[in-house]
Design a binder for this molecule. Sequence first.
Ligand code: CA
Length: 252
Amino acid sequence: MTKTLSSSLPNPTIQSSPIMRILLAEDETRIAEFVRKGLEEQGFTVDLSSDGEDALHLATTQAYDVIILDIMLPGKDGLHVLRELRAAQILTPVILATARAALDDRLTGLDLGADDYITKPFYMEELIARLRAIHRRHTGERLSLRVVGNLRMNLMKREVHRGDRLIELTSREYNLLEYLTRTAGRIYTRTQILEHVWGYYFDPKTNVIDVHVQRLRTHLANEGEDREAIIKTVRGVGYRIVASDSESQAGT
Ligand code: CA
């Protein structure tokens, strides 16, 4: 028999919400309720599943930030669930919960693509610390690379490449490029750019933006390329980044 208990919180918008949504697959009701209560007290949203088949169904149809997967589950054991998830290209981080210090299970689990494991019984503090660490690692990797056409920015290292070429930028130039590339194609006004990149009020007639945009263009331009290929001027308004490099071919 399959039983799914959902918390009363509505499905959050994963992208913008800092709330972590957890799938907890655990068949021992007492443990499951205890862990769920502990996680909800910390502000997590928790879906509970007591069966491997059900857990697999939820994990493949819902968006979770982390899955806590007990290995000994009815229906389908945790290792099988994990194998099928990864085979389906679902890369949601997984913490395996083992009832004992079963080295084989842990090694198999890590081989299958588990991100971490925890041995029962565990302290809630330990589980929460592991959840947060995994989530940080996972979102960090996913969010740290920004790609616009053949422009690549590593936001963790503050490195910029165009194709294979590493582009050296001053801190201010980098911040300007980072701001303009937040949404490719969107027009950023001079006032917005001043507020975000310089962070304090400037006379909007100042040419500080134009000077920095000119420098950025010089750094970014490839040999013989139109200098405005990537950063377009929107006259009287501001600037926008274009994603497509083919737009730069017009004048050649
Ligand atoms: Ca179990």
